[in-house]
Design a protein around this ligand. Structure first.
Ligand SMILES: [Zn+2]
Length: 244
């Protein structure tokens, strides 16, 4: 059987059978892949600590015909997130990021941009960027990559450029201005608009070039999450743990 190899980021693992692990990973070459790592729970196994959530790895696997799961034969650790994820708040954020990636991504479809996004937010978190910032950055770019990031600058109805506060329209396709919005539920303040613009142009490894209070970070999250929930048609399970 030919062996495939790819750089990948482990999204999650769970115990499988007696000594194996089910591993969900996002690879550079094939996007989302699910595999079984045989003997991964044995003491002193060959996978070492490489099969941990958000480990960046080089993964070797082969596919059996008509099987949904690949068989992981080896895995080399490139970068570990083990220390980083000891912080509970960060660990919850990355579980949420993993859930979104798994739920939205088609199975085995190359998505280089998403792979790079996972890499860079991991780097940003490891360089000590605030997790609010890393999470919002992921949400924004995740929406953009999936083609569902609204135009926050133009009113959906009157097509005027929005200069003051605006509100997310009920279809989550854009915003409505002060005079057009009838249902003023999810607000986008000018400050949030500045943050969105900045994050569109700069990498998350840079310190944010804007200043949001904890409440603003949370409200910006509500904007992105409303769009995510609308398209997913359900609330991500891990979102209940995110309180920032
Ligand atoms: Zn308008």
């Amino acid at each position: 059987m030919p062996i495939d190899q790819s750089e990948a980021i482990i999204l999650r693992t769970q115990n499988f059978a007696e000594q194996d692990k089910l591993v969900v990973f996002f690879s550079r070459e094939k996007g989302l892949v699910r595999g079984i790592a045989k003997g991964a729970r044995k003491f002193n196994n060959r996978f070492g600590s490489s099969l941990e959530p958000f480990s960046a790895v080089k993964i070797f696997y082969y596919e059996k015909e008509k099987h949904d799961f690949v068989t992981i034969s080896n895995c080399d650790l490139i970068e570990s997130a083990f220390e980083l994820l000891q912080d509970l708040k960060i660990s919850y954020a990355f579980s949420y990021i993993a859930e979104l990636t798994e739920k939205f991504s088609p199975y085995r479809a190359k998505e280089e941009l998403l792979y790079r996004l996972l890499w860079i937010i991991l780097k940003a978190a490891k360089t000590g960027r605030a997790i609010e910032y890393v999470t919002r950055y992921f949400e924004l770019w995740f929406l953009k990559i999936n083609g569902i990031l609204p135009d926050f600058k133009t009113c959906q109805k009157c097509r005027k450029i929005v200069k003051t506060a605006s509100w997310l329209d009920p279809q989550k396709e854009g915003v409505l201005c002060q005079s057009c919005a009838s249902e003023k539920k999810i607000e986008i303040s000018p400050l949030m608009q500045t943050a969105i613009d900045w994050m569109k142009k700069n990498p998350p490894t840079e310190p944010p070039g804007f200043n949001l209070k904890p409440e603003d970070w949370k409200n910006l999250g509500k904007v992105f999450q409303a769009i995510i929930i609308f398209h997913l048609e359900e609330k991500p399970r891990t979102l209940s743990y995110i309180d920032f």
